[in-house]
Each structure stands twice: as C-alpha cells, then as structure tokens.
Design a protein around this ligand. Structure first.
Ligand code: 5GP
Ligand code: ZN
Length: 110
C-alpha cells in the first residue's frame, strides 16, 4: 500500500535490519527498541488490524507465531519473550500494517 512504511520495508524500498524473511513475512529490528531485543514480525500483505482477518490471513498469523517460536533461540530469546499486537488508537498503533512486536533479551517490566 502506498505510503505504508512496512510495505516499503517489505518491498526493500526502505532499509531494515532483517533477521528473517520468507515469501509471506518479514522479521526485522524495531528502529526504536523498547527492550534489549525488539523485533517486528510483519506479513508482506498489507492489512491493518485483526478485524480484517480472512481464513488465509488467520493461517498466516499462525505461521508468524510458529516462526517466532521456532527462531527464539537464534534471536536471543531463549529465556522468554513477550508478544504485543497493538490494535487501533487507544493501543497507540502508529503503523497501520499488522505487526507483532517481539520483546525480550532481558527481564521485562510492564
Ligand atoms: P505500533 O505502535 O504501531 O504498534 O508500532 C510501530 C513500531 O514500528 C514502533 O515501535 C516503531 O518504532 C516502529 N517503526 C516505525 N517506523 C519504522 C521504520 O522505518 N523501521 C523500523 N525498523 N521500525 C519502525
Ligand atoms: Zn503496508
């Protein structure tokens, strides 16, 4: 989608520190990390929120979770991590392209 920063990252138009990529998703480091390790897992297809899930997108989100779980050691998250999915204004969602925050690498407070 035009003017979407994560679509531009997925298309390689904006550089990012990628840790994983396949045909349908991308995982890269957050530019303003809120924890020692802060990754963003993003589908390549643009959609903004979980309200827009279809059966295919639901399956993709499941594969995103599976990918995070299977790479946790490689990404320095073997001792645990937190997933955050901000939805809409009250949650402070600033990028309207679905993304899963993956936070860890240290003991996390609230
Ligand atoms: P939200 O608040 O929408 O859940 O989170 C958006 C996240 O995207 C923020 O943590 C922000 O730091 C990150 N972000 C915004 N623009 C960029 C960018 O151009 N590159 C990277 N790597 N992260 C970004
Ligand atoms: Zn997008």
């Amino acid at each position: 989608m035009e003017n979407c920063v994560f679509c531009k990252i997925a298309a390689g138009e904006i550089p990012s520190a990628k840790v994983y990529e396949d045909g349908e998703m991308l995982v890269f480091r957050d530019i303003e990390p809120k924890a020692k390790i802060h990754l963003l897992c993003v589908p390549k297809e643009h959609f903004a929120t979980l309200a827009e899930l279809t059966p295919a997108r639901t399956a993709l989100v499941g594969r995103m979770l599976e990918t995070i779980a299977s790479h946790k050691d490689e990404w320095g998250l073997k001792d645990g991590y937190r997933l955050v999915v901000n939805q809409g204004e009250n949650a402070g969602q600033t990028v309207h392209h679905l993304h899963i925050h993956v936070l860890g690498g240290e003991t996390l407070g609230w």
